[in-house]
Design a binder for this molecule. Structure first.
Ligand code: FAD
Length: 395
């Protein structure tokens, strides 16, 4: 507090951490960050052409980074949900949105349903090797004719004695080409409405699983994105994940973690792009002064910083509630919507501030926009987020 003998000055460089993080989180941050900078970032450019290799999963499993919040009995680190945020933030130091997404699909999208809904046997067969990085996972929700409308999926699983026979098609599946198993959303009873869906754990080397093609994309080039077909794929009855008929509710739960971790990645990605651009604006001169000294550019930084900070606070507060057992679907949707928009707006402004340099690859800014642009579509589009938020008010 200001007194007559202690005059307070603004503390712009204060590094006080947010209350959801502890000293242990700081140590984890340090160790993930230095691994990412040393072992992943040097390959970012190359992996834009080739997609990132499977050894990244093996290495991250070895280091314990694929099971940060899973219990030690399954090979995890026993951390809290905030440790997942630390990973989502630090992995942006790889400068590769595609790599960050491929890892997040494994750690925060495909394996959480195995942990929450899986039997002990399923956890031993899928979760334990996934945490070690020995098995890679993917999540199959979207189909060529059903994306936003999850209830419109057509992939069918039909009981046949001790087995189920699966037929259908999934598209835009991240890790779909490399995955050892998929958490697959199917319809088991077409007449039962929302109670007619069932999740399965499907080994991707089973007869009838066809990895049709690798899809070319605007951004996220380091990730692999597959069109998959399931043609009379026979799985044992114990491949059902969770309760038969409750797959829709199970996958809606999964989507909350997916959206929140995506939002955290957006904030961290936007911040990195901001930092890099700020440095550039201090060095680049025009009309005899650094471009950052033009008021119009200074105000762009002020706008961006304010947006990033508001998104960050939404993500942290919502993550804290999620971690403490609440199910804040409205706030997760708000955080996902806001953080995705902010990330795209910030990346766009950063290109503008770089001028021509922002448009060419070597400055590493244009790909941030291309990568971030996915976040307004994947895991639920802006329009779907708005609908979830609006409906939560009873309209
Ligand atoms: C690179 C990439 C990776 C992906 N990874 C995965 C993955 O690993 N697993 C997976 O299952 N899926 C994945 N997806 C799919 C992604 O989640 C879907 O693309 C997304 O949910 C949108 O579905 P859609 O593409 O079918 O669009 P559509 O549902 O066809 O939507 C098209 C447009 O219509 C709007 N719209 C639709 N319904 C409404 C409505 N009710 N009200 C207002 N507007 C509406 C949408 O907002 C959008 O603007 C990925 C997609 C991409 C591009």
């Amino acid at each position: 507090m200001a007194t007559t003998d202690a005059v307070l000055k603004p503390d712009h460089l204060g590094k006080r951490k947010h209350f959801i993080f502890t000293d242990e989180h700081d140590q984890l941050r340090e160790s993930i960050g230095s691994f990412v900078e040393k072992e992943l970032a040097p390959h970012a450019q190359e992996w834009e052409e080739t997609t990132f290799p499977d050894w990244v999963f093996h290495r991250m499993g070895e280091l314990g980074f694929l099971g940060l919040s899973y219990p030690e009995e399954y090979g995890g680190q026993g951390g809290d949900y905030a440790t997942n945020l630390v990973l989502a933030e630090e992995i942006t130091k790889s400068n590769s949105g595609g790599l960050a997404m491929g890892i997040a699909v494994h750690t925060d999208m495909a394996t959480p349903p195995v942990f929450l809904f899986g039997t002990e046997e399923q956890k031993q067969s899928y979760l334990v090797p996934a945490i070690k990085g020995e098995k890679i996972s993917c999540l199959g929700i979207t189909e060529p004719d059903a994306g936003s409308d999850v209830a419109g999926i057509k992939t069918r699983a039909v009981r046949d004695g001790d087995e189920y026979v699966i037929n259908g098609s999934k598209t835009y599946i991240t890790n779909g080409h490399r995955a050892d198993f998929s958490v697959l959303v199917t319809k088991t009873d077409p007449d039962a409405g929302y109670d007619g869906f069932t999740l399965f754990l499907v080994d991707m080397d089973l007869p009838g699983v066809v990895r049709e093609k690798k899809l070319e994309k605007l951004g996220m080039h380091a990730s692999d994105t597959a069109l998959l077909a399931f043609q009379d794929v026979r799985v044992p009855a114990d491949a059902v994940l969770g309760q038969e008929g409750k797959g829709f509710y199970h996958i809606m739960w999964e989507l909350q973690g997916e959206r929140l971790i995506g939002a955290a990645g957006c904030v961290a990605g936007a911040q990195r792009c901001f930092d890099r651009t700020l440095e550039y604006a201090k060095e680049r001169t025009a009309f005899g002064r650094p471009i950052g000294n033009f008021q119009v550019i200074r105000h762009k930084f002020a706008e961006m910083a304010t947006k990033i900070e508001s998104a960050r606070q939404m993500v942290y507060t919502t993550a804290w509630r999620f971690q403490n057992g609440e199910y804040p679907v409205r706030e997760i949707s708000m955080a996902k919507l806001h953080a995705s928009r902010v990330a795209v707006e910030v990346a766009d402004e950063c290109i503008q501030i770089h001028g021509g340099a922002g448009y060419v690859k070597e400055y590493g800014v244009e790909h941030v926009w291309r990568d971030m642009r996915l976040n307004r579509i994947g895991a639920g589009t802006d329009e779907i987020m708005l609908d979830v938020i609006g409906r939560s008010y009873g309209v």
